[in-house]
Design a protein around this ligand. Structure first.
Ligand code: CP
Ligand code: NVA
Length: 331
């Protein structure tokens, strides 16, 4: 059966089969080649999309806008909407579904985006919630294919730090679906929900994936192909810096950790934005209060030849385009 994602929402990778995820990665590759060849597309012409952001963004917003524009869609950027404040999610969804062919949402609760999808009757795309960040994983999986010349099934990914955040959860799902070896590494209080781990371990039985959660750095990073980290305090959790720094300082990604992998081709990945120097306002405030110049990753690792963080960022454009084209496009 050929893959057909027309009319589907993209809320979490849990909802997609291995074949469907690979289809989206391959479509991203084709769209990237087309873009690089300078071909202006029409795969989204006559389509209207609305991008709702209840949390800040650089990459996700710009990638959605550019991807839509490059394939001919009209975009409304919506922030500070009435939704959930003076109007129910259900009512807003009903209205937006009558104007638009697709809705992107970045915000807090996963249950909100699920309601949006139910009541708008058009595809809804998750641009990040507290629980999941699925478009980021697609970009990361494409980047891995371009940078690590091994099949997914032979790749070991170690997600270090706040292993229960949207990125940790989404990575675990992506690895389970693609038969990869996933290790969630961090302090026990920041491990993913046991129910999600169990669910992914069940999927792993079919795909050949291996899903492990541990606090043991040496064991986790040995033979890793990728060390991935994310901020220690996610959007919406501001105020938790003291607690997280105490818990996560031993899990900072530095050269010493990379060396423990004993793989000279080890790659460092991060969804960005990142605190790896003092060139941000928040970074400087943290330095003043806690005396740390770098948080989840050292500047040395971030800038090293191991780091492929900007390649990931670039691929957000092509993978987000693939999600829109596959679900509402003229294909
Ligand atoms: N990685 C990512 O989602 O970046 P933004 O927060 O800038 O969108
Ligand atoms: N975990 C981070 C991801 C940012 C792209 C956050 O939610 O803030």
């Amino acid at each position: 059966m050929p893959v057909n994602l027309r009319g589907r929402s993209f809320l979490t990778l849990k909802d997609f089969s291995t074949k469907e995820i690979l289809y989206l990665i391959n479509l991203s590759k084709d769209l990237k080649s087309k873009y690089r060849a300078g071909i202006k597309g029409e795969l989204l012409s006559d389509k209207n999309v609305v991008l709702i952001f209840d949390k800040p963004s650089t990459r996700t917003r710009c990638a959605f806008e550019m991807a839509a524009s490059q394939e001919g869609a009209y975009v409304t950027y919506l922030t500070n909407s009435q939704m959930g404040k003076k109007e129910s999610v259900e009512d807003t969804a009903e209205v937006l579904g009558r104007y638009y062919d697709g809705i992107e949402y970045r915000g807090f609760k996963q249950s909100l985006i699920e309601d949006l999808a139910i009541h708008s009757h058009v595809p809804v795309w998750n641009g990040l919630t507290d629980e999941f960040h699925p478009t980021q994983i697609l970009a990361d999986l494409l980047t891995i294919q371009e940078k690590i010349f091994k099949p997914y099934e032979n790749i070991k990914v170690v997600f270090v730090g706040d292993a229960r955040n949207n990125m940790g959860n989404s990575w675990m799902i992506g690895c389970a679906k693609l038969g990869m070896h996933f290790v969630g590494l961090g302090p026990k209080s920041l491990w993913p929900k046991p129910s999600l781990v169990k669910q992914m371990q069940e999927i792993a039985k079919d795909t050949g994936a291996k899903i492990e959660i541990t606090s043991n750095i040496d064991k986790a990073v040995k033979d890793a192909d990728i060390i991935y980290t994310d901020v220690w305090v996610s959007m919406g959790e501001e105020g938790k810096y003291a607690e997280r720094i105490k818990l996560l300082k031993p899990y900072q990604v530095n050269m010493k950790m990379l060396k423990k992998a004993r793989n000279k081709h080890i790659r460092f990945m991060h969804c960005l934005p990142s605190f790896h120097n003092l060139k941000t306002e928040v970074g400087r405030q943290i330095y003043k209060k806690f005396g740390l110049k770098e948080l989840e990753v050292t500047d040395e690792v971030f800038r090293s030849h191991h780091s492929i963080v900007f390649d990931e960022a670039e691929n957000r454009l092509h993978t987000i385009k693939a999600v829109m084209v596959a679900t509402i496009g003229n294909i």
